[in-house]
Design a protein around this ligand. Structure first.
Ligand code: ZN
Length: 718
C-alpha cells in the first residue's frame, strides 16, 4: 500500500508537494513511452488515474502547482497498454507523396529510367483511393486467420489479433475461400465511415457529459472518455483498445489492398491480386481502377477528387501502383519506400472566410462552448458555416477576433476548424475576444473554476439549457424521489411551459385540468387519469423531505449525496443553512471559515457552494421552492453523547447479529463517518468473523479494534 491510497484532502502540504513532483515525472514518462516510443508502459486507466490524482491534488493545493505540471500539457492520445510485438513477414511500406501532375510524371519517368524502358513501353497503373484509416497486416495459415498487427515501425507492429477478430466476417474473413497459398499476409486499411464516426463521436460526447454529471454528484466514475477528433483517430483508438469487447462495439470496416509475404505467388499483376483478394472474401475498394498508362492518372485523380466529399469514408489522395509485379520486384525499395508506388495527395482542404460571430452554446450541464459562425464557404466540396472553437483558451491562443479573415480547414475531412488568422486583413477596430461573464441562456453569472478549461453557468436551478437535466436530478431516487416523473414526462411538462423550475413541480395540481386533456394523461382512459393522480399524490408526499435529500436535489456542483449529508448534519435546518451560506459569500467571513472547516467539505467545495448562493437567480429559485416544501430538521451527530459521534469507523468481516449494511447505518445515525478502508485517520475497526487484511492493517496502524459484542455495547444496542 502506497501513499496513493491516502485521499488527497488528507495529505499534508509536504506530502502533496512531493507527490506532485513524482506525478509530473510519471506522467511525462508515460507520455514519452506512448507518443515517442510507441511503447506504452501503463494502461489507459492507470494513466487516467495518475492525471486525475494530479488534478485533485492541484485543486486542493493550488499554490503547490508546478511549472512543469502535467495538467498544463495536453494529454494527447490514449496510451494503449503493451500489446505483444508482431514481426511482419515483409515490411509494411511507407509511400512517397506527389502533390501534382508534374510530380507524378517525374515519378513515372524515374521508373522508365530505372527499368530502361523505351517510350513505346506501356506503364499500366492501378489507382486506389487512399483511405485515411489504420493499416493492418493479417496473417493467414492454411486459409485461417491467425494473427493481425498494426503497422508499427513497418517491420514490427502490435499484435491486435483479438481486436481484429471483432470486425464483421464480411470485412475480415476468418477463413479464406480456396484456393489460397499455405502462408499469406494480407494488408488492409481499417476505417470508420463518416456517418458512423459522427454518431460515435456524439455518443462519446454524451457519455463524457454523463460522466461529468456523475463526477459532480460525487459518484464513482470510470476512466475519462475521449472524444475522437476525426475518423482516423476513432478507428486507430478503437483498434488499440486493451479490451476487445470495447473494440467490438465500434463500427469498423476494412478494405484489403495489397499482399505481404506469400508462400506461393498468387498473381502476375497487382490488379489480378486485387481480384484474388475479392475471391478470398475481402472487400476491395470499388473505386480502384486499372489505368492503361500513366497519362490516365490525372483524369482519375480529378474524378476521385470530385467524388471525395460524397464518399462515405475519408480519403486524402489516390495511391498509384505499377500493375506488373515483376517490374515491382525489379524496382524494389529505397529504404522502406517502394519505387513502384506513390500517393498523389489532394491539396489541403482549406479556405478563407470571415468570422462573423462567436456564439456560446450552453450544454446540458451548464458548460459554455464557443462556436464560430462564418460567412459560408466551400471547403473541399462541402459548404461550411460553423466551426468548433473548443474553449476560450484556444481562441486566446490563436487570437481569433470577430471580423477576422480566418483560414478554415476540415480536419480529417469532417469537422471544420479555424487554423489561423490572416492578420493583414484584420479590421482596425477588431478587439480581442472576451469570454462571456454571463450565461447567454439565462443571464446567470458564468465562472471558470481555477485549473479548469471550461466556463460554466452557475444558474443551475433556472437555466433553460440545463433545466431538464436539473429536474431529472431533482426528482431522482436519491434526491426528492418523486415517482412517476421520468425523463419523458419532465420533457413534456417542461416543453408545455408548466414545469420550468423545481418549485413548479409542487404547483402541478393547479394545472391538473389542463394536463388531463393530454394524450396519455387522462384524455383517453381511466388508467391514464390514474397516472396523473398517482403523480400528484407522489408529489404531495414529498413536501417534507429530509434536509440532506433537499440539499442534494438542488444539484449544486460537487454537492453529491455524501456532501449534502455533511451539510445537513452541520447546519440542521434549511433556514440556518441558507442564512449561513449567504453569509459565507464574504471571503474571510466567519461563516466561510465555518463552511470550509466542516470535515469532508474543504475549500474547493466551499467555493462551489458559495458560487451557487452568489447568483441571485438561484436564491430566488430556492426561496420559491421553500414556499412549497419544508425540509425536515436534520439529525445531528447522534445526540453527541455516543462514543462514535464524529469518529471514523470501518466494519470488516461478517457480523452475526446484523448485516454489515445495517451496522453501518446505525453507526451513521450515531454520528460516525463510515469508511471502507483503514487508514491512520480511522478511530475504530469493528471486526466480524473471517476478517481479512483490514483487521491486520488496523493492528499495524495501532487503530482500536472492537468485537461485534463490544460494538453493540458501546452503541447501546444490547
Ligand atoms: Zn445559464
Amino acid at each position: 500500500m502506497s501513499r496513493r491510497d491516502t485521499p488527497p484532502e488528507e495529505l499534508t502540504e509536504t506530502e502533496a508537494s512531493a507527490e506532485l513532483a513524482t506525478l509530473a515525472e510519471e506522467i511525462t514518462a508515460a507520455d514519452i513511452a506512448y507518443h515517442q516510443n510507441d511503447a506504452p508502459e501503463i494502461t489507459d486507466a492507470e494513466y487516467d488515474a495518475l492525471r486525475r490524482r494530479n488534478t485533485a491534488i492541484e485543486a486542493l493545493f493550488p499554490h503547490l502547482k508546478r511549472e512543469d505540471s502535467p495538467s498544463e500539457a495536453s494529454p494527447g492520445a490514449a496510451p494503449a497498454a503493451g500489446f505483444a510485438k508482431s514481426r511482419h513477414g515483409t515490411p509494411m511500406l511507407s509511400l512517397d507523396n506527389a502533390f501534382g501532375a508534374d510530380e507524378f510524371l517525374e515519378f513515372t519517368k524515374t521508373i522508365r529510367r530505372f527499368l530502361k524502358l523505351g517510350d513505346d513501353a506501356v506503364l499500366r497503373f492501378v489507382g486506389e483511393p487512399k483511405i485515411d484509416g489504420l493499416s493492418v497486416n493479417l496473417t493467414y495459415e492454411h486459409g485461417k486467420f491467425v494473427r493481425g498487427a498494426t503497422r508499427g515501425d513497418g517491420t514490427i507492429g502490435e499484435d491486435i489479433t483479438r481486436n481484429l477478430e471483432t470486425l464483421p466476417e464480411t470485412y475480415l474473413p476468418r477463413t479464406l475461400k480456396a484456393p489460397f497459398p499455405d502462408q499469406i499476409e494480407i494488408r488492409g486499411e481499417v476505417f470508420m465511415t463518416k456517418a458512423d464516426f459522427i454518431a460515435f463521436r456524439d455518443e462519446q460526447a454524451r457519455l463524457a457529459e454523463e460522466r461529468e454529471q456523475r463526477r459532480e454528484r460525487g459518484e464513482k466514475v470510470g476512466p475519462e472518455i475521449r472524444i475522437p477528433a476525426n475518423p482516423r483517430n476513432a478507428a486507430a483508438g478503437s483498434l488499440r483498445q486493451l479490451d476487445p469487447e470495447v473494440t467490438a462495439k465500434r463500427p469498423l470496416k476494412m478494405f484489403a489492398y495489397a499482399q505481404g509475404a506469400s508462400s506461393t505467388p498468387v498473381a502476375e499483376t497487382h490488379s489480378d491480386y486485387l481480384k484474388a483478394l475479392e475471391r478470398w472474401g475481402f472487400h476491395v475498394n470499388p473505386l480502384s481502377k486499372v489505368l492503361p498508362d500513366e497519362h490516365a492518372a490525372e483524369a482519375f485523380q480529378d474524378s476521385i477528387g470530385t467524388q471525395r466529399a460524397s464518399l462515405d469514408y475519408d480519403i486524402d489522395g489516390v495511391v498509384y501502383k505499377l500493375d506488373r509485379l515483376d517490374w515491382q520486384t525489379r524496382l524494389g525499395f529505397v529504404g522502406r519506400t517502394p519505387r513502384w508506388a506513390i500517393a498523389w495527395k489532394f491539396p489541403a482542404e482549406q479556405a478563407t472566410t470571415v468570422l462573423l460571430e462567436i456564439q456560446i452554446q450552453v450544454g446540458r450541464t451548464g458548460a459554455l462552448t464557443p462556436r464560430a459562425v462564418m460567412q459560408p464557404v466551400n471547403v473541399g466540396g462541402v459548404m461550411v458555416q460553423h466551426a468548433t472553437l473548443h474553449n476560450e483558451d484556444e481562441i486566446a491562443r490563436k487570437d481569433i477576433r470577430i471580423g477576422d479573415t480566418v483560414v478554415l480547414q476540415r480536419a480529417g475531412d469532417v469537422i471544420p476548424q479555424i487554423v489561423s488568422v490572416v492578420l493583414e486583413k484584420r479590421p482596425k477596430d477588431a478587439a480581442p475576444w472576451q469570454p462571456l461573464t454571463h450565461c447567454p441562456a439565462c443571464g446567470s453569472h458564468a465562472v471558470r473554476p481555477e485549473g479548469e478549461v471550461v466556463r460554466r453557468c452557475t444558474g443551475g436551478l433556472i437555466c433553460p439549457a440545463q433545466t431538464v437535466e436539473r429536474l431529472k436530478h431533482f426528482v431522482s431516487r436519491n434526491a426528492m424521489d418523486i415517482e412517476g416523473l421520468g425523463e419523458e414526462n419532465i420533457i413534456a411538462l417542461h416543453d408545455a411551459g408548466i414545469v420550468k423550475s423545481p418549485a413548479d413541480i409542487f404547483r402541478l395540481e393547479k394545472r391538473a385540468d389542463e394536463i388531463r386533456q393530454w394524450e396519455g394523461w387522462g384524455k383517453a382512459s381511466k388508467k391514464d387519469s390514474k397516472k396523473l393522480s398517482n403523480l400528484l399524490a407522489a408529489i404531495e408526499g414529498r413536501r417534507n423531505p429530509a434536509l440532506e435529500r433537499f440539499i442534494f436535489a438542488l444539484g449544486i456542483r460537487r454537492i453529491g449525496a455524501q456532501n449534502a449529508k455533511l451539510l445537513a448534519r452541520h447546519y440542521q435546518t434549511v433556514e440556518h443553512w441558507r442564512e449561513r451560506m449567504i453569509a459565507a459569500r464574504v471571503i474571510g467571513s466567519e461563516a466561510r471559515e465555518e463552511l470550509g472547516s466542516i470535515q469532508g467539505i474543504g475549500p474547493s467545495i466551499a467555493t462551489e457552494l458559495v458560487e451557487f448562493f452568489q447568483e441571485p437567480r438561484n436564491l430566488a429559485a430556492l426561496d420559491d421552492l421553500l414556499s412549497e416544501v419544508k425540509p425536515e430538521q436534520a439529525e445531528s451527530f447522534g445526540d453527541g453523547t455516543s462514543p462514535f459521534a464524529g469518529k471514523v469507523v470501518v466494519f470488516t468481516g461478517t457480523l452475526e447479529r446484523s448485516s454489515r449494511d445495517e451496522a453501518e447505518a446505525i453507526a451513521d445515525r450515531l454520528g460516525a463517518k463510515v469508511t471502507k478502508s483503514v487508514s491512520k485517520k480511522t478511530d475504530f475497526v469493528v471486526v466480524g468473523a473471517d476478517a481479512g487484511s483490514k483487521a491486520k492493517k488496523a493492528a499495524e496502524l495501532g487503530v482500536r479494534t472492537l468485537t461485534e459484542a463490544e460494538w453493540r455495547e458501546m452503541a447501546s444496542l444490547g
